[in-house]
Unconditional design. Structure first.
Length: 132
């Protein structure tokens, strides 16, 4: 479970670009027609979001949904970062070629907006190796 890894493993937080001050939850807040999988906050006040994390158990063309949902949730929460976690080793070049213009467009409203991708199996493997 990605939420559990983020809450309990400083190695995973570091890999994903977070620190020990960040707080994570699955608060079911509806935004732009949906609910983010995981909300990442700057600190325990839970006022400013640092990221929206969308998790997909599949890969390939099904990841377009994660991209669109995540961008909508980031716009609604003014989160500067979308993180997609899924099964594929990496996002396809075709997806990145569509994400980059979306990032530039989103920066008109949300300064420093970015999209990152992590493979679920890689995060689990890193969590296991950090405990060894």
């Amino acid at each position: 479970n990605v939420l559990n890894l983020l809450q309990n493993d400083s190695t995973i937080r570091s890999i994903m670009g977070f620190n020990d001050k960040n707080v994570f939850d699955k608060k079911h807040t509806s935004v732009n027609g949906g609910v983010p999988d995981i909300n990442a906050y700057v600190d325990k006040t839970k006022v400013d979001q640092s990221a929206i994390i969308e998790i997909k158990k599949e890969g390939g063309d099904r990841l377009w949904k994660a991209i669109v949902q995540g961008c909508a949730y980031c716009e609604g929460t003014e989160s500067p970062r979308l993180i997609i976690v899924a099964q594929d080793k990496e996002l396809s070049q075709q997806m990145w070629s569509k994400i980059r213009p979306l990032e530039r467009w989103a920066r008109l409203k949300i300064k420093d907006f970015s999209v990152d991708y992590f493979q679920y199996q890689y995060l689990v493997m890193m969590a296991k190796s950090s405990k060894d």
